[in-house]
Ligand binder design. Structure first.
Ligand SMILES: Nc1ncnc2c1ncn2[C@@H]1O[C@H](COP(=O)(O)OP(=O)(O)OP(=O)(O)O)[C@@H](O)[C@H]1O
Length: 725
């Protein structure tokens, strides 16, 4: 029906298009022909479609009738052929539909319509051919069908004949059976077997039919599967085509990209080539200009090469000459050095003599004053209270209650004075103990005035004690080639008139000062530790041990140190190897307890006892100094442990330095005045000339030792206590 509709539409379109009369007529003819052809085709198709079910039924019938393998094969062939015919018919229909003319077209498109008409004619021709071909095939299939029918009828006849034969045989057998039944039972059995065989054959036949049905089912299945597979193949083919299209597009793109890149690279390479060529030209030019310079360089190089070859000889020669010159200069320098050393030693001796003479002239008690700076956290104006004379470093002014008091001392240190500066002023005193003098340096002043700072100092900036010991050690080390020196150190503390050994193991032990039983008339302290210093490390150990022992004995070291006197006693004994000359000096470095008048402030209990003890020892010190100043025949050294212990350093043959510490604070004014008054009194004392403790080696001992030292009786004042303990 669709085909017919399309054809009618095509006819109408052609009718509309055919304008000229001839074309119209021709077109009409063609349309008529086309309509006739289409009608014929429709008839044929209808006939074919009508025949198809009959054929199928026939085949089915034949199939169900016979189960032979040949028949089945033939049947399959027929089915395939039928399928093919169906397909072709379908294709014919489709092509007819596709070739239908477009529904809308105008008369102006005539040439186009002619072409289309030509195409339709061609299609019609092809359709005719196709239909002819199909008719031929139909004839062939009819022939084949006739043959098959013939074969099947032959076969059926054979089968009927066979059945007839079988029936006849059965008949015969039945007849024979009846005869044989009478004659023998064996024959009867044979008949039964034949019947059974016949039944088996029947059964086999039904089985064969059953098998045939199964095979048919399988055939249907496989046909369906093959249809599905074909559809899949079509899908795959479509995908493959699409993929191939994509691949080709990509290939195309890549090809284009490749061409573009090659083109770019080519352009770049060309420009680079150009640049390289330009460079090359430049290099060539440079090469031409460099050639003369190269020649000069080669010439210089050869010259230098010759010089390098000659260099070892020249160097050796120069070295020999230089060595000779150096040896000569060294000889000259060493002889000059010897001369300088000799002069230096002479000068040093002269300086010492001068110093001693100066001390002798000034008196053996010297008094320095040190004003400590205002410490952080102390809000007090010191400027108004303490002032200094810019032209005389021995004067100090105190403005007390509007009255200016002047104090004259040997030296006044400003608050800005450094530990090093202070020590420089006392170091000649310190070193004089190497020459055999007894020296006593004590710091005096109220609590917090800076006594401990001056004597002990702080870890980063040590005071007189450490600096003195280090100086003595370095001095005796320098003298080592000619002298054998021994430095011993003791540390004691006097607290509440009790003497404690600060370098010993037993801190609880109380020491006593006794007369030496050897009859020398000297004092000694039994049980006091004397530490021999042999290296700078020993010095550190001494101070660490002393500080630790002092700290362990009390809960508050600062509090305790204010209430006790700390003494560092250094003894330096020496023997000159060449002359046998011996010396022994002692340096007492004393950090006195605070001098303030606590008793007046109403202290009680242990504080009162401490104050009483401090007052006792300090007033005993004042009494001793007073007695010395007044040239009394009796000096009361025994009135306190402190004066008793320091008696040899305060007596006539000793050098004494008192460092009066002054606080710059207004609140400490009265104590500062007291301290300075005491210091001035001390300064007026004359101890007489200091005397060296030295002996000539009168014994025959070849190597003198410290044990063999015999102290000479002290000269000067008429003291009851003299000499060392
Ligand atoms: N010349 C100085 N430069 C800087 N600080 C100082 C100086 N003198 C003293 N001081 C500081 O002042 C404070 C008191 O000094 P110090 O303890 O030496 O006094 P002191 O007289 O020994 O007291 P005490 O009798 O209680 O032992 C300390 O903090 C110390 O560091």
């Amino acid at each position: 029906n669709h085909c017919v509709c399309v054809s009618v539409a095509g006819v109408r379109a052609v009718q509309r298009l055919a304008e000229p009369q001839e074309q119209q007529q021709h077109s009409n003819c063609l349309i008529q022909e086309g309509e006739q052809l289409i009608a014929a085709l429709r008839t044929q198709v209808g006939e074919l479609e009508e025949k198809l079910p009959d054929q199928t039924q026939e085949v089915e019938r034949l199939r169900s009738g016979v189960g032979a393998t040949d028949l089945e094969k033939h049947l399959e062939l027929l089915v395939v052929e039928n399928e093919r015919l169906k397909q072709e018919l379908k294709a014919c229909k489709t092509s007819l539909l596709q070739e239908a003319p477009p529904p809308a077209c105008t008369a102006t498109d005539c040439p186009h319509s002619q072409v289309r008409m030509g195409k339709i004619n061609q299609q019609l021709e092809e359709s005719k051919l196709h239909v002819g071909e199909m008719q031929r095939q139909l004839e062939e299939s009819k022939c084949q069908q006739g043959e098959v029918e013939q074969q099947l009828s032959v076969r059926l006849r054979d089968c009927e004949e066979e059945l007839a034969r079988q029936a006849a045989r059965t008949h015969q057998v039945k007849y024979v059976t009846e005869i044989v039944e009478v004659e023998s039972s064996g024959s009867q059995q044979a008949v039964t077997e034949a019947q059974a065989k016949s039944a088996a054959l029947q059964e086999q036949l039904s089985l064969q039919r059953q098998l045939l049905r199964e095979l048919e089912t399988q055939l249907h299945e496989s046909q369906r599967t093959s249809t599905q597979l074909r559809a899949q193949i079509l899908v795959y083919e479509g995908e493959m085509e699409r993929a191939q299209g994509q691949l080709e597009a990509e290939m195309q793109n890549l090809e284009e990209e490749k061409n573009r890149v090659i083109e770019e690279a080519f352009i770049r390479a060309e420009s680079e080539m150009k640049a390289v060529h330009e460079n090359l030209a430049g290099v060539r030019m440079n090469l031409l200009t460099l050639q003369p310079a190269l020649r000069t360089l080669t010439c210089d190089y050869n010259c230098l090469k010759r010089q390098v070859q000659d260099f070892p000889f020249m160097l050796e020669k120069a070295m020999t000459e230089a060595k000779q010159e150096i040896c000569q200069v060294i000889g000259e320098v060493s002889s000059a050095n010897q001369e300088l050393l000799r002069k230096y030693k002479r000068e040093m001796n002269l300086r010492k003599k001068c110093h001693n003479e100066l001390v002798r002239l000034k008196g053996n008690i010297r008094v320095f004053c040190r004003v400590r700076p205002v410490c952080r956290g102390e809000h007090d104006s010191a400027e108004n209270m303490v002032s200094f004379d810019p032209d005389d470093d021995a004067l100090l002014y105190l403005s007390n209650k509007g009255k200016l008091m002047t104090f004259e001392l040997d030296k006044v240190f400003h608050p800005q004075a450094t530990q090093e500066g202070v020590f420089q002023e006392v170091q000649s005193l310190v070193t004089s103990c190497i020459d055999g003098f007894n020296v006593c340096i004590f710091a005096y002043g109220q609590t917090g005035s800076g006594k401990t700072y001056t004597m002990e100092g702080v870890a980063k900036d040590p005071g007189i004690n450490q600096r003195a010991l280090r100086l003595l050690f370095s001095e005796v080390t320098e003298k080592a080639p000619d002298w054998d020196f021994k430095i011993t150190v003791s540390m004691v503390e006097i607290y509440n008139e009790t003497l404690r050994n600060l370098l010993g193991d037993n801190q609880g032990e109380k020491l006593d000062i006794k007369m030496n039983p050897d009859g020398s008339g000297q004092l000694y302290v039994p049980g006091l530790t004397e530490f021999t210093v042999q290296s700078p490390e020993d010095i550190n150990r001494v101070f660490e041990l002393g500080h630790m022992n002092r700290a362990t004995a009390c809960t508050n070291l600062n509090e305790h140190s204010s209430r006790s006197h700390a003494l560092l006693i250094i003894t330096v004994a020496g023997v000159n190897f060449s002359t046998g000359h011996r010396t022994q000096g002692k340096l007492n470095l004393v950090d006195l307890a605070g001098s303030e008048r606590i008793a007046k402030s109403g202290a009680e209990g242990s504080r009162l006892r401490e104050a009483q003890c401090i007052n006792k020892s300090l007033s005993a010190l004042g009494d001793v100094i007073n007695a010395l100043r007044s040239r009394h025949s009796h000096v009361p050294f025994r009135n306190s442990r402190l004066t008793y212990l320091l008696s040899d350093s305060l007596s006539g043959d000793s050098k004494t330095l008192m460092m009066v510490q002054v606080s710059p604070l207004v609140c400490n004014m009265s104590e500062s005045v007291c301290s300075l008054k005491f210091a001035q009194r001390v300064r007026t004392i004359e101890l007489g000339n200091a005397t060296r403790r030295q002996w000539e080696n009168s014994s025959t001992t070849s190597s003198p030792t410290h044990d063999s030292i015999v102290l000479a009786p002290s000269s000067g004042q008429n003291m009851d206590m003299s000499g060392v303990f």
